[in-house]
Design a protein around this ligand. Structure first.
Ligand SMILES: [Mg+2]
Length: 382
């Protein structure tokens, strides 16, 4: 029985500009251009009685208009449905577009709806999403990434370290994978010295190294006592990660580039990583993330989800083993709420659902939108 069916949805695409262009190892090797903006796909779902849920997905560089087009096309499948039946609705949405794949862009578009349905379910229960899922903790250790890009000059990087520690973050992650390995070690040494044991330290190579370079660099970095080395190798080199993890003491982290549970399963069954890093939007939503988390839990992996702390704080708080959340302030202007930091941790707020509402600024950055209802799809109301 559907007591309160989905009546209307708004789907929109917004471009979030970054304060300055960002480069990691993928840019230094010429594979990608510096990142200047992030495409945000929003889904706002409303039921007949007026209950609401909001979800989002994103793309860095190409893909935003494709996400929007796919969401606009499959969205009508949800009208008249019971928003509580998230598993069934995920399957329905994915199979509506299965011809173009059950992972990748199509499921990243579905993710926005899936996340909105989870937000709605938690709001209906009047619980933060972490509590709805069965929280393991009320606050999650968090680390800063956005101050440590390869494009950041060392002096600025060191200032960011101080600022992050003062703001209450519990860790600092810096990018490595500079064409000159000595430059990586020089920056790492300077940052480790500046941190002086106050907070945790991690590095992220963004798939820059081959197997030999990864082993050499990982060994050189062992004395720094890193919490993890992230993406030392190509994201699909499951065996290479496993061999590296065997050879060194520093834990290995990876998974942000993987687009579904099937790929994460390979990472898990090959024993490639110590920290698994799924991204709820990239793997197809919270429903899919929970599948990855369930597998990771049985393998006793630690969890450090990628990006989008607004979603991942809840998912990391619900995970039973050790977890971290990545602090990125990039999405701040899109939402009216801010995450609270305390003693190196990000605190799950009392607000129900994800605990976020879209800001006026997000509306202003919207470049395309449509309203989907029983009467069909109407474009252009943003
Ligand atoms: Mg990363």
């Amino acid at each position: 029985m559907t007591r309160d069916p989905i009546a209307e949805m708004k789907v929109s695409l917004a471009w979030l500009p970054l304060a300055q262009p960002i480069s990691d190892a993928k840019v230094f090797t010429g594979r990608q251009r510096p990142l200047t903006q992030v495409a945000m796909l929003f889904a706002e779902i409303r039921t007949e009685s007026g209950r609401e849920g909001i979800g989002f997905s994103y793309s860095k560089r190409a893909g935003g208009p494709g996400l929007y087009a796919h969401a606009r096309e499959v969205g009508p499948e949800l009208i008249g449905e019971d928003p509580n039946d998230i598993e069934r609705l995920w399957t329905k949405l994915v199979w509506a577009g299965a011809s173009v794949g059950r992972s990748g862009l199509s499921t990243q578009a579905v993710a926005a709806f899936d996340i909105a349905l989870w937000d709605m379910k938690a709001r209906r229960a009047d619980l933060p999403l972490a509590k709805l899922l069965g929280a393991s903790r009320d606050a999650v250790p968090c680390y800063n990434t956005s101050g440590g890009f390869l494009s950041t000059p060392l002096e600025e990087l060191l200032e960011n370290v101080d600022r992050s520690v003062a703001a209450g973050l519990g860790g600092i992650k810096i990018k490595v994978g500079h064409p000159d390995a000595r430059e990586d070690l020089r920056r790492l040494e300077a940052v480790a010295k500046r941190i002086d044991g106050r907070v945790a330290l991690m590095v992220d190579a963004n798939q820059q190294w081959d197997r030999a370079a990864a082993l050499r660099m990982a060994r050189a970095m062992e004395p720094f006592g890193l919490v993890w080395i992230e993406e030392p190798l190509d994201a699909y080199d499951y065996e290479g990660h496993a061999a590296l993890a065997q050879a060194i003491d520093t834990p290995i982290a990876s998974g942000e580039m993987l687009v579904g549970p099937a790929e994460h399963f390979e990472l898990i069954r090959n024993r490639s990583v110590d920290f698994i890093q799924p991204d709820a939007a990239r793997v197809g939503g919270i429903t899919q993330f929970l599948r990855v988390a369930a597998m990771a839990r049985e393998s006793h992996l630690s969890l450090a989800p990628h990006f989008a702390m607004e979603i991942h704080l809840h998912l990391a708080a619900a995970y039973p083993h050790a977890s971290w959340v990545e602090h990125f302030d990039w999405l701040d202007p899109l939402f009216n709420e801010r995450q609270q930091l305390r003693d190196g941790r990000m605190v799950v707020s009392d607000r129900p659902g994800l605990g976020v509402t879209l800001s006026e600024q997000a509306r202003q950055w919207t470049v395309a939108s449509c309203v989907i209802s029983r009467s069909g799809v109407v474009d252009g109301f943003h």
